[in-house]
Write a protein that binds this ligand. Structure first.
Ligand SMILES: Cc1cc2nc3c(=O)[nH]c(=O)nc-3n(C[C@H](O)[C@H](O)[C@H](O)COP(=O)(O)OP(=O)(O)OC[C@H]3O[C@@H](n4cnc5c(N)ncnc54)[C@H](O)[C@@H]3O)c2cc1C
Length: 403
């Protein structure tokens, strides 16, 4: 590191913060990542990784470890909520990777987190540091933490999630918006789901005002991660994203659904209801020497499974642009980053929300159009999966260098 290298402070040691720290280190750039929790641990949930992020995880050298802990779905299947009939089905295993150049995986979050934090090796990661104050000192930023620590940085990256404090600072007050939908989630051993057809497929069960998505996780797909989304409640009164929901209420929401669905919901004894919160498309992603990344910039409903994937794209883009920035070029670099990331993530945010209505249609004549849409899914959404964040950042850095 030369004396001219910027001092970079990453706020948040989640998927985005860890990926950025690894990508920067791979480019010879040191960074400090500050995470509020004292231990990195993600409880009881999984994530689906698509080619637009797995190609980057391969470049970062973490894909082998991710692969060992992942399950590659056999197919993507859409089903009717009551009969279980296949509405549309598309092969994944053996064909997705050939088409998009990288795999599609279901993985436990703890395994992904372990792969990322293992690759980082703790270098520059400060646990138990909760950012509580941010101040522009004219060219540098002052950071205050709850534990009394004070730091100074040339660039602050807000990778601090959906309820981001850095976003509040950058946008001067933009908070989160409740989507009007909520979810149940759980991980269930496949062996406990006798009615489930195609247990190693990624499947959407679509019905009136709700859907249930599941996919297998773990190296041999022994568990199923499910995520059941319901319309409502109309308003969210809890302070955070999670409230308690008792088993009877959870079962009632899926009464009359196919036994594969009711078995999954019944298999988890104590439910939490997750309010789905989004960040409305932002005008600005940076202010002063602070820039946003991941959920802090573009939290979306998870119907395309793209929150984590686009967060990884952001991290690679920012790292690559930072690797080419001149000491006096930080403002231009942040503008290029916003230019590269805002339109794409906005498009995915909007498309994810539009999918909510499609997945929750009542029985009736509109289902025929829905079914045609589901049959076209691989063609219509190839633009999400084929995207190459590193190539697009390299191109932008080259263009800027020749301008
Ligand atoms: C139920 C559910 C299911 C999902 N499923 C999928 C999926 O299948 N595929 C997919 O791609 N995406 C999925 N997502 C979205 C995905 O989880 C997020 O998009 C992703 O985790 C965003 O990464 P991030 O690093 O921006 O934020 P996070 O992973 O939330 O990390 C933010 C970090 O910042 C820390 N932090 C916050 N404030 C401070 C502070 N003041 N000081 C220091 N640290 C702080 C937090 O502790 C946290 O560790 C899902 C989301 C939900 C809610």
């Amino acid at each position: 590191m030369s004396a001219r290298d910027p001092r970079i402070a990453i706020i948040g040691g989640g998927i985005g913060g860890l990926t950025l720290a690894i990508a920067l280190r791979q480019r010879g750039i040191a960074a400090d990542a500050y995470e509020q929790v004292p231990h990195l641990a993600e409880i009881g949930a999984a994530v689906a990784l698509s080619a637009n992020s797995t190609r980057e995880l391969r470049r970062l050298g973490v894909l082998d470890q991710v692969t060992a802990a992942s399950c590659e779905p056999t197919e993507l299947i859409y089903r009717d909520w009551r009969t279980g009939d296949r509405v549309a089905a598309h092969p994944v295993r053996n064909s997705y990777q050939a088409r998009f150049g990288a795999p599609y995986y279901g993985i436990h979050r703890a395994d992904l987190q372990r792969a990322l934090s293992g690759a980082l090796g703790g270098a520059g990661l400060h646990l138990g540091y909760r950012l509580s104050g941010l101040q522009d000192q004219g060219g540098t930023m002052r950071l205050d933490f709850d534990n009394g620590h004070v730091a100074e940085a040339d660039l602050v990256v807000g990778a601090d999630g959906v309820r981001s404090m850095v976003r509040q600072w950058v946008t001067e007050g933009e908070g989160v918006a409740y989507s009007g939908t909520s979810a149940l989630r759980g991980i269930v051993p496949t062996a406990g789901l006798p009615s489930l057809p195609d247990p190693q497929a990624i499947q959407f069960w679509m019905g009136p005002d709700a859907h249930l998505l599941h996919y297998a996780i773990g190296g041999d797909g022994q568990d199923v991660n499910y995520f059941a989304v319901m319309e409502g409640p109309r308003e969210w009164h809890a302070a955070g994203s999670v409230t308690e929901m008792d088993q009877d209420e959870a079962r009632a929401a899926f009464t009359g659904w196919h036994p594969a669905v009711t078995e999954m919901v019944a298999a988890v004894p104590h439910h939490k209801r997750w309010g789905l919160f989004v960040v409305r498309p932002l005008l600005r992603w940076h202010r002063g020497r602070a820039v946003l990344l991941g959920d802090s910039a573009h939290a979306m409903v998870p119907h395309h499974g793209q929150g984590a994937n686009t967060t990884i794209e952001d991290a690679i883009t920012l790292a690559e642009l930072l690797a080419h920035v001149e000491p006096d070029g930080m403002d231009g670099m942040m503008a290029r980053y916003q230019g590269l990331r805002r339109a794409r993530t906005r498009k995915i945010q909007r498309s994810s929300w539009a999918t909510n209505g499609v997945l929750h249609l009542p029985d009736g004549p509109d289902l025929a159009a829905r079914d045609r849409k589901m049959a076209r899914f691989p063609q219509d959404f190839a633009w999400i999966h084929e995207f190459d964040a590193l190539q697009s950042a390299r191109q932008a850095a080259r263009t800027a260098a020749h301008a």
